[in-house]
Design a protein around this ligand. Sequence first.
Ligand SMILES: Cc1cc2nc3c(=O)[nH]c(=O)nc-3n(C[C@H](O)[C@H](O)[C@H](O)COP(=O)(O)O)c2cc1C
Length: 147
Amino acid sequence: MPVTQIVYASRPFGYDELALRNILVIARRNNSRSGITGALICREDLFLQLLEGRRDVVQTTLDRIRHDDRHTDLRVLLDEDSSDRLFPDWAMRHDPARSWMWTAAQVADGAVHSATPAETRAVFTRLSREPAMAQDPAPGCPLEPGA
Ligand SMILES: Cc1cc2nc3c(=O)[nH]c(=O)nc-3n(C[C@H](O)[C@H](O)[C@H](O)COP(=O)(O)O)c2cc1C
C-alpha cells in the first residue's frame, strides 16, 4: 500500500528527558491507533521526524504537532508518496542524533532546515538500516501499529 512520508525539522523548546518521554508516549499511543509509523531524531538543538501513513492521517497529525509549543521553527523538508514504509514496525522509533548526521555547528548554521528532500530521505533510509538504540526513553509503550 502506498504511503505518504513527511519529514520536518524543528527546534526543541524546553528539551529534557521527561519532555521527550512524554512526547514519545503520546506519539506512540496515537500513532498505533491511526496506523502511522516513523522515527524521531532528537537532540537538544534538533527534532527531525518522519511520519508515514495515509495522507489525510499524516496531515492531521502534522497539523497537531505544528501547534505544539514544545518546539518551534518547524519546516517541512520532505513530502512524498512511497510504495514502502521505512519503519513499518515502529509507531515512533526514537533515535538520538548519530555522529554521521550533522554537527552542532552545522545545525546552528541551519544546515538541517535547508536540507534537500534527497538529503533528508538519505538520513532516514540509512537510519532504517541501523539497529534501534537499546536504551529507549519510553519503554513499554505500544510500538507496533495496531498493537
Ligand atoms: C517533536 C514532537 C513530535 C511529536 N510526534 C507526535 C506523533 O508522532 N504523533 C502524535 O500523535 N503526536 C505527536 N506529538 C504530540 C502532538 O504535538 C500533540 O501533543 C498530541 O498529538 C496531542 O494528542 P492528544 O490530543 O491525544 O493529547 C509530537 C510532539 C512533538 C513536540
